[in-house]
Every structure is written in structure tokens, then in C-alpha cells.
Design a protein around this ligand. Sequence first.
Ligand code: C2E
Ligand code: CA
Ligand code: CA
Ligand code: CA
Length: 278
Amino acid sequence: SAKEQGMELNRFAHAMQMKAQERLQLENDLRKALDRGQFYLVYQPQVNLQSGLVVGMEALVRWQHPQRGSVSPADFIPLAEESGLIVPLGEWVLREACAQNKQWQEAGYRKLCVSVNLSMRQFRHSHLLDNINGILKETGLEPVWLELEITESMTFDKDRSFEQLRKIKEIGVHISIDDFGTGYSSLHYLKDLPIDRLKIDRSFVNEVMEDSNNAAIVSTITSMAHHLQLKVTAEGVENEDQMVFLRNQHCHEAQGYFFSKPIKAAEFEKQFLRDVDK
Ligand code: C2E
Ligand code: CA
Ligand code: CA
Ligand code: CA
């Protein structure tokens, strides 16, 4: 009936309002979280498939919310991006990751490269270069031990992104294209982009053994990367079969639960740095 429909609509409006309120609440909490020290980083090892050695790690942010517990970055990164909070948060992540990497190097462990994700707003921000330079100086980390991950969609504005990437490369920091294959990169300008690495999205890697289309995509991206003289990393490697397939394709590096989930710094040090050949 019309009355039932009206009630249904009401419930819907109410649910929407709740969603909006909850969102607002989360955004308020997010605003305070940085000052209150509720963020921390976890690290996921990146393994060279020929040598089997850990050669790097990706830093991923976590938010320990006082009531909600651990909030997924999938939930708060978009919110931080929309509200602009991603700029100070991203700067904190970069500083923390560089400081940690430098600390491990000072401890005498074999040197690794740390990868940090950049969001669109951060990448476009006019202070990005100053921030990177400042943080490298402050922490003492040499630029070659830092890699910044951007996504294909961030390179749409060709002239602007070229200029920004060129300046980052000039510092000596590496750049990789994250989630490669899920965006709409024009191959025409991929060949000219000043980047070092493609990271094959985990959606292709996940079912590489079950779906021959995925296998074809993975091997095509890998061989293209070789031809363009780019490094290539496979994300989301969850089992040995996938790892062997990738190694046979001459994919350089891999990352995924097969090697390790992202873990806290102390745990990473224990598992992948301490007592491992220096
Ligand atoms: P991403 O950059 O593509 O990071 C990889 C995600 O895949 C991580 O999720 C990681 O935990 C997950 N993962 C790694 N190996 C496997 C695997 O074998 N199987 C499966 N199913 N998943 C795997 P996480 O940590 O939840 O991060 C989600 C996304 O949030 C990231 O995707 C990234 O886009 C964003 N993010 C995380 N930290 C930061 C940050 O500090 N800054 C920015 N701008 N974005 C971040
Ligand atoms: Ca990433
Ligand atoms: Ca990714
Ligand atoms: Ca992603």
C-alpha cells in the first residue's frame, strides 16, 4: 500500500541520516586521531623471486580507534582524502616509515627499500617536494631507500603528473604504479612516464592458476615491464603455485600472505631482519 511504501521510505531516510551522522562522527574522530597517536604502521615484506631475499617492505597505515577498535584503511583513507586530512596523515606516514627504515639500517641490518602509498591529494599538493626533502633530511634516510606508490588514475593529468614525477625522480626517490591493470593507463604515455616499477594488482594474481585469462594478463604485464625496462612486483601472492608461476615469468618481486601479512615493526624485525644474513 501507499502507507507501507511511505514507511519504507521513512526507514530508508532514517538509515541514510544515520549513515551521514556516523560518517560525520568518524570524520571528527579522524581529525583528533593524529594528535592522539592512534595511528601506527604495519609492514609487509617484498621478496625477490630469484634470490628469495626480502628486499623491501610496504608500509601500511592502521587506525586503532578507542571504541571501534581497528578501523580498516579502506574505510578511513577515502574519508581522509575527502576531508583533506590525508595531507597531514600522509606526511606522518612518510616520516614514520623513513625513520623506521633508517633505524633498521643504523642497527646494521641489510638495507631494504620502504614503499609508501601516496594519495591523489598528497601527490597534487604543492608542498609534496618540500615535505619529501624535509623528511629525508630529518631522518637521514638516503632517497634510494624510499619508493612512492601512486595509482594509474593519478597520472591522467599528463603534463602536471609528468612534472611532479620528474621532480620526485630528481631527488633520487623511486616511483611505482600501484594496482596496475585496474585503471586505464594509456600505454602511449606509460612508456614516457618517469617511473621505476609496476605493481600488478592482486585481483589478477589471486586467480592466476585458476583462470587462464588472468595468467595471460600477468605474463603480458610482466613482459611489457621487461621491455620498458621497468621492475615488476606481483601483489597478493597467497600460495606457492602462484609464487612459482611468477618466478617462471621472471617477475622480479612479490608480496602477499604467502610470505607474510603486514605486521608491526617489532614483529617484522624479529621475522625478517634479526638473525637473517646481514
Ligand atoms: P594497497 O596499497 O593496494 O595495499 C595492499 C593491500 O592488500 C593491503 O591492504 C594489504 O594488507 C593487502 N594484502 C597484501 N597481501 C595480500 C594477500 O596476499 N591477499 C589479500 N587478499 N590481500 C593482501 P590494507 O592494508 O587494508 O590497505 C588497503 C589500501 O588502503 C591500500 O591498498 C592503500 O590503497 C590504502 N592505504 C593503506 N595505507 C595507506 C597509506 O599510508 N596512505 C595511503 N594514501 N593509502 C594507504
Ligand atoms: Ca600500495
Ligand atoms: Ca596495490
Ligand atoms: Ca589499492
